[in-house]
Each structure stands twice: as structure tokens, then as C-alpha cells.
Design a protein around this ligand. Sequence first.
Ligand SMILES: Cc1cc2nc3c(=O)[nH]c(=O)nc-3n(C[C@H](O)[C@H](O)[C@H](O)COP(=O)(O)OP(=O)(O)OC[C@H]3O[C@@H](n4cnc5c(N)ncnc54)[C@H](O)[C@@H]3O)c2cc1C
Length: 617
Amino acid sequence: MNSQKKNIQKSSTSPSKSANNALKGGAFLLEKTDPQNVFIPEEWNEEQRMLLETVQEFFLQEVHSMGIDKLAQLDASKDMPIILDIFHKAADMGFCGVAIDEKYGGMDLDFNTNLLISEALSLGFSFATTIGAQTSIGSLPIVYYGTAQQKDKYLPGIASGEIKAAYCLTEPSAGSDANSGKSKVTFTKDGDFILNGQKMWITNGGFADLFIVFAKIENDKNLSAFIVEKAFGGITLGAEEKKLGIKASSTVQVFFENCPIPKENLLGKREGGFKIALNILNTGRIKLCAGGVGGSKFGITRSIEYATQRIQFEQPIANFGAIKHKIGEMVMQTHVTESAMYRTGYNIDQKYKEFVKQGQDNSEAKLNAIREFAVECALLKVKGSEVATYVVDEALQIHGGMGYSVETGIEMGYRDARITRIYEGTNEINRMLSVAELTKRAVKTKEIDLMGAGKTIPFYLIQQALTFRVGSKGMGDARIVENFKKAFLLISGAAGNKLKEKMVDEQEMVMNLSDMLGIAFFAESALLRLEKLRNKSGVKAETITTQENILKLYLYESTNKVRKLGEDTICSYATGIEKRGLRLALRLLTPHYPVNPKELRRAIADFTIAKGKYPFA
Ligand SMILES: Cc1cc2nc3c(=O)[nH]c(=O)nc-3n(C[C@H](O)[C@H](O)[C@H](O)COP(=O)(O)OP(=O)(O)OC[C@H]3O[C@@H](n4cnc5c(N)ncnc54)[C@H](O)[C@@H]3O)c2cc1C
């Protein structure tokens, strides 16, 4: 790593009050969180803000300055020198070492600051994927699971960018069902390994020097993980895939034919590979959300720039209600996602400190802290990718015909964003995972008392019926958020009781439940952010008012969604008196939320338009 690395300085997340009561993953559903213990983006310190700007400026200078025409034509199949040039410049700035220990030449930034960098990387279009694969799935398996020798050997090169890394899990016949891969490892007579197999869709594969490969040893049931250097031999690459988007990122098939691997390059334990793969994906998922948030903010800013300049019917199109509706929604969705993501990133940092205090070593503590929040990471992956694809779609619509043209770059963003709903586990898989992980913690490991919480619901419903009439203005926003949690507990509990283990086969219902769980989490995160912001000095009244408007709009829309999702689920399995009872309870929990959504969207849009960009933090 050369001296330019000082462009990025080590920094750490430090909310106004240190929180040592980091919650258990998934426990947001049952426990009250003190807003003072939540990190909000308004608390980024000077260093962190500079870091964000450094990364953003790098991409503006190195990537955007190429001009959209050239950028849109970049393709990994013909432009590898350009791609590698930018990769090396980014590495010189220190971008490849953000999650690697200082002793290996990295910066070992805390998790939340890492998320901030992932947000900033999104300005790099396809390059975000290239650098993201290096700093996340390509290197974290060694960071978290490597032996001291493996770390010594590989991490300095990865941090400096001299070693380019890729992650090889997917195979032609093993996508979502990743543990079904056919790649096989056998032993030599000296106890070393020989790998045969085929991997598919490998990001950075076209130029990688090092592959983290998942394969089964002999007749093992589960995958093991291996660090495979290209220099070992027996590796050939397929042609660059022709893709819808992220065209300037390399994606190839990788073939291993009698590829020799020394025994010391087994990563983690034999048959421990699937666990490694999944744990690394937890990190990838929340980082993907950060990229989605960054892309959404950029899309909002570009939309405002265009909408304020484009004149139709003798006025800027930004004046029209239909456009304000879009901007209001785009900002609201981005804001709630951002609030939940950095809340989780901070909790991961807190949990890590707690585990270190308990005597866990650094890597183990990091890994366990991320695994603790697997439910949240899955919810965030789904939300971040869906908000990003939604925002860029609306940005394209705001640009009209110009959005459809290569000239503005919006069509490229539209194509690039689409992959986020597919990789790091498809959104279907992540929705199911969020509910399965929560259920496991309730039923198997008994870390979360969902059943106990379920038992309190009848009393809660009676209280709700007696205290709040339908449409009553007396119900505070905190109560609405609590109602979302109760709606999830009520319906998931009732359906789970009835269907038992058959529930996993009722995927339509599980997907609905995941969305209900997500709404509770995102709504609460926006509420906590607002509550903390209200007590923070120096915050402008208009910022607070806009965040209040956002919360109200999200609660209004979510009330309707929770009712619909809940109804759908109830009507999918319940009959007779059970169905009538559950529907009545759901209606009690989702009374009309009396606001004017049109005015809220307009107010959010007006504030954003006046700022000329995404207006927070
Ligand atoms: C550009 C790109 C880059 C990638 N980079 C990498 C990489 O670097 N390393 C790597 O290992 N992989 C990588 N992948 C692979 C990616 O992770 C997989 O494409 C993804 O996991 C889905 O697998 P699949 O494509 O085989 O789809 P499938 O698993 O065949 O899924 C097809 C559809 O069926 C649904 N489905 C599948 N199983 C179920 C189920 N049980 N229940 C309900 N629905 C289901 C899916 O949600 C999806 O909608 C990349 C993919 C792309 C396109």
C-alpha cells in the first residue's frame, strides 16, 4: 500500500451516548429500544464525513469524468485495462483494505464506517461491484476464518490490491441451493487436495489472482472452503458473461481441472464451508443495502437537478404534483432504509465490543456480531435492493425520454441496479431466511421469547379496543409501530400453531410475514431516529419537521400494507371463527391513520427540491 493510503483515515462510529446494551438480533420485535442507544446518520463525525467525500470524489474524478458515453460502453470483455487501472487507483487510496486489520496494511474500520464506504462506492457504477467483491465476499472469508499464516500470506496483498480476489460459490446446478454444488476435492497421497469442478457467475473472476472456492471433500455432505491461487494451475476461465447491467464488472465461469491445493489452504474446518459461505453473505447483504442507499441518494439528487431545469407547460416539471409525489416517495423510502441500516451497523459494532470483552478473539467476535443480526441483514438486503430499483425506475420516469437515452446515465443505473435483487441470495430466499432465522431463535435456540410475546396479545387487543376508536387521533406513532409488531406476532403465531412444520411450504405466507416483519423494523428505526433527533442540539426545525412527515407517510402507507399482507395471510389458511377473529384483531391493530398523504409527499418533496439533493445527514 503506498503513501496515498493516508487519504483514508481510520475512524469510528461514535453516537452521542455510548450504548452498551446492544440488542440481540431479531429482538427489536419484542423489546423497547431507547432512542439514545441508536446510532443515527446525523451523528457521523468529521472524519467519517471526510471519508465519505473522499470516496465520492474519487469516483467523480476517475469514473464520472470519463463521460457517460464512454462509461456506458465499458465492457469487461474488452476494457479490462481500464477497469484494472481504476481498481489499482482505488487500491492506492486504501479502498481495498477498509475491513482488514492494520497489521496487514488495512484500516480495520468499524462496521458502520464500512457501511458508509459501501454507500459511497455506489457512485462507481460497475466499479462498485468490482471493489465490493474485493472488500467483502472475496476477502472476508480470510479475515474472519483464516489462520495466522493464511492472513499473513494473503491479506497484505488483498489490502494493497496486488492480489485480486473472487468468491466462488455458485455452480450451474447450484444457485440458491448452494450446498448442492458438485465441485469435488480429493486427497493426494501427501494429504494435499485436488479440486475438480465448475463455478459460475464469478464476479472479478476474469482477473482474480485468488479464489475462495467452496467444494465438497470426497463424499462429505457439506461444503468445505479453500483458498485457491490462480498460480496453482488447473484453472481456466470462461468468456465474460454478456449481462443486462454492471457490464464493466468481470463475471465469468471458472473451471477447475485437477487444480492442486496445498493442505494449509483449507479455510476453516472441513465441512465448515457452507457456514462460512452463509456468514460471509450476512455481511454482503447489509453492504449491498448500503450500496442501494447510496445509489438511491444519487438517483434522487439527479432527479431533482433534472426536474428543476426541465421546462414543460412553461414551468419546471418539479412544480407538478405527479413529480412531487415521486420525489416524496423516493426520499421517504431511502430515509427509512438508511435509518434501519445504520442502526443495525452500530448494533453490530456494539455486539462486537461485547464479545471481545467476553474474551472472544477479534475475528470470532466480528463474525459472531454480524451473525447475531442475520435477521436484520436479510431484511435490509431485500429493502435496500428494492428501494434502489424503485428509485432508479422513478428517476428514469422523471427524466422522460432523456431517461431512456444513454446520454443521461440513468438507463445505465436502471440496468445496474437490477442485479441487487438477485445476488447475495435472491430476495425470495432472503425473505424466507428472515422468518426462518427468527423462528429458529424462538423455537430451537430459544434466544427470543416469541411465544411469550404472543400470549400478551389478547390483553393488548382488549386495551387497544377500549382505548382507541377507529380513526382516533389519540394513537401516537409509537403505538402504531407497536401495532405492526403485534400484527406480525399475532398472525405468524396463529399460522405457526396451526400449520406447524408445514408452514415452510407455504412460501406465499412466509413472504408476507417477512414483509410485515420488515415494516415493523423500518418503521421503528425511522421513529427512533426522529426521537433522537428531537433531543439533539443544533438540528434545524425544518429537518425535524421533514423527518416527522416521512415517518407519518411511512406509517400511513405501512398501515395499509400490513392490513393487506395480514389479510392475505389469514385468508390463505384460516377458516370459520379463527378467520373472523384474526381479521377483527388485524383491523383493530391497523386502524385508519388520519393524515393527508398528498400534502406529506409534497412537503417532503418541496424540502428536498429546495436543498437540491437528498436532504439528510
Ligand atoms: C452478475 C452476477 C454476479 C454474481 N456474482 C457471484 C459471485 O461473485 N460468486 C458467486 O458465488 N455467485 C455469484 N452470483 C450468483 C448469484 O448469487 C446467483 O445467481 C443467485 O444466488 C441465484 O442463483 P441462480 O441464478 O442459480 O437462481 P436460482 O437459484 O435458479 O433461482 C431462480 C429463481 O427461483 C427462485 N428460487 C430458488 N430457490 C427457491 C426456493 N427454495 N423457494 C422459492 N424460490 C426459489 C429464486 O428466488 C429465483 O427467483 C452472481 C450472479 C450474477 C448474475
